[in-house]
Design a protein around this ligand. Sequence first.
Ligand SMILES: *Cc1c(COP(=O)(O)O)cnc(C)c1O
Length: 405
Amino acid sequence: MDQKKVHRDTLTIHTGHAPHEHHDSLAMPLYQTSTYVFPDAATGAARFAGEQEGNIYSRLTNPTVRALEDRITALEKGAGSLAFGSGMAAVSAILTYATKAGDHILATRGIYGCTFGLLHIMEEKYRITHDLIRMWNEEEIEAAVKPETTVIYIETPINPTMEIADLQAAVNVARRHNLTVIVDNTFSSPYIQNPLEIGADFVLHSATKYINGHGDVIAGLLTGSDADKIADLRMTIQKDYGGIMSPFDAWLLLRGLKTLAVRMERHTANAGRVIDYLKTEPMVREVHYPFDADNPQAPIARRQMSAGGGILSFTIDGGLAEAQQFMDRLSLIKIAVSLGDAESLIQHPATMTHSGVPGDDRAAMGITDGLLRFSAGLEHPDDLVEDLRNAFAAMRAKTAATAGE
Ligand SMILES: *Cc1c(COP(=O)(O)O)cnc(C)c1O
């Protein structure tokens, strides 16, 4: 088959594993080994000298991890990938690789909390400064470029407001100024959005989320459009900082990935059903979702995403107390951070994922006390709607009882 014509649904199942090279095993075997035995001393020397392909030590390469790297490379249409022990290990590796002391990073406002923390560490230790900006169009991005800017770092959709950054606009500005574009694609998964195809240089995932999809692994993946740069990263920052993925986690991720296509379709459909219901609920003020008809950014989202995905946020009437009471009245939907799992999860950004962001900055990002983030799971949509409906009904009953006292 012409590999270029194979669909992502198929690549998630087959890429990176040739059964006849592994005792005909249908599933990719788990190579749970730290090191590899050289057949003779000369072979060991040749592998270290880079004159012969082959495994040396599992911090450098491991066949199970390699299968996963090849699979994500195919899905993101990249030239090579590296697997890390967490999403943050992937973020810190690529930001270290792409910058040097004194550089400036342009990032989307409202980035993941620990990435925000990392940018502060880089500023303190290496004088690498940053600005957090809206990236809705080329003009906004162009205006923020400084002489020392070297990187544009993008998250889209942005957590938890679901604001969209325009990937094509960022790539256009980057080309004019020779900047490296890095995209955190965690919220979309490679099934819905492929930044390298738009011209980004690197794309990364917290594989903890949709790529694994089963809530039992912490992991990160980084894919690049330039194979030499990925090889260089493997033999420098990844090898020497050492934040690698374990073979067992790679094995679980290979298993999880096989169902990515069907999972993403159900996550998206369930999010749609929940939104339809929330829009009829009088206690809900606003719903934020990339493809929502009321979202002024929907045209940008539709240009770069093939579906709206499984994550949405909404604001309910009232503030902190009401948001907490509402979450406590849910039973099927679990109160937890993380996203992209089979279980539907809800969290309160102001007191959970974004509690470390100063109040004024939170307000500027649109994170109010009544805002809740919802990750649609794979349950039957009627059961999700029923759980939400019951929680709102219980809130109303309490309000009525209080009013009658
Ligand atoms: C979870 C997450 C991360 C961090 O990933 P870990 O696997 O938890 O280290 C980074 N970016 C986004 C958008 C995330 O949701």
